[in-house]
Write a protein of this length. Structure first.
Length: 268
């Protein structure tokens, strides 16, 4: 069969947790590069840990806002957007260099350059035990335009920094897990892998190897907290966008895709 006749290989979308990248050793990157040689690869990165390292103000409790529904968000001003871009450029260069050292020449894309769209942010936040109106340059991802990813192919990974544009055209911070979910749906990926610093989803202290979307959503709303709550929301959104399964874990991606470890979330 000629190259032109070969079926298009399904892309894989992998979200790299901002707190996990420093902990990934050489064998983990070897494994990711091997996947990238076999399948088109879209990577989405977080930035929480490098942003906290950049300046003390990003580590202070006042840097995080909580809305009237209990959801947390980084208080994002234009200055914070600039800091996110600074640490993301460094992190992106590091990730792409690791892949280039293994024979893959990747490209970094800003989600705010036409790739990701976000909705309006919540405006009422708790400050000093009172709900006050604050501008916060964040927004939930509402859509992903795959035009910039139309020529995906093995050997040429894309790394996406999950900034977005809101309805008024402003550049905003958005959740990297949910951005990865939107991108997975947009490029027709059967798999979304959320690489984090925990090995499994835990329910009542027990690791969960596989769970359906309905049960995962129920646990998200009643038992999950913090980052895992966001990951389960992202998983649900990915499945609704046509992704067949979402895997959460801290192992090499090939092990997660083969369900040898981690937690697999499926539609049923």
């Amino acid at each position: 069969m000629s190259t032109a006749q070969q079926p298009r290989q399904a892309p894989a979308v992998v979200k790299l947790g901002g707190s996990a990248v420093d902990e990934l050793d050489g064998t983990w990157w070897d494994d990711l590069a091997e996947l990238g040689r076999q399948r088109p690869l879209v990577l989405v990165h977080g930035w929480s840990k490098p942003l906290k390292k950049l300046g003390a103000r990003h580590r202070e409790p006042s840097a995080i806002l909580r809305d009237r529904y209990g959801n947390q968000s980084r208080w994002t001003t234009p200055e914070v957007i600039d800091d996110i871009k600074t640490v993301s450029a460094r992190l992106g260069a590091e990730v792409l260099q690791r892949l280039q050292d293994r024979g893959l020449r990747g490209e970094r894309l800003l989600g705010s350059d036409g790739l990701l769209a976000a909705g309006e942010a919540e405006r009422w936040w708790w400050r000093d035990k009172q709900l006050v109106e604050l501008e916060n340059l964040v927004g939930p991802v509402t859509d992903a335009d795959p035009t910039l990813l139309k020529d995906l192919e093995p050997g040429r990974p894309r790394l996406v920094t999950p900034l977005a544009r809101n309805p008024s055209g402003r550049e905003v911070n958005t959740d990297a897990d949910r951005a990865a979910a939107a991108l997975a749906g947009a490029v027709g990926a059967p798999d979304l892998v959320l690489v984090t610093d925990v090995t499994h989803l835990l329910i009542d202290g027990e690791p969960v190897r596989e769970i359906g979307a309905e049960a995962a959503a129920a646990f998200r709303d009643k038992g999950a907290t913090g980052g895992m709550r966001k990951k389960l929301r992202a998983a649900d959104e990915a499945l609704q966008r046509g992704v067949a399964r979402v895997v959460i874990g801290s192992a090499p991606v090939s092990d997660l895709l083969a369900a040898r470890t981690g937690t697999v979330i499926t539609r049923t």
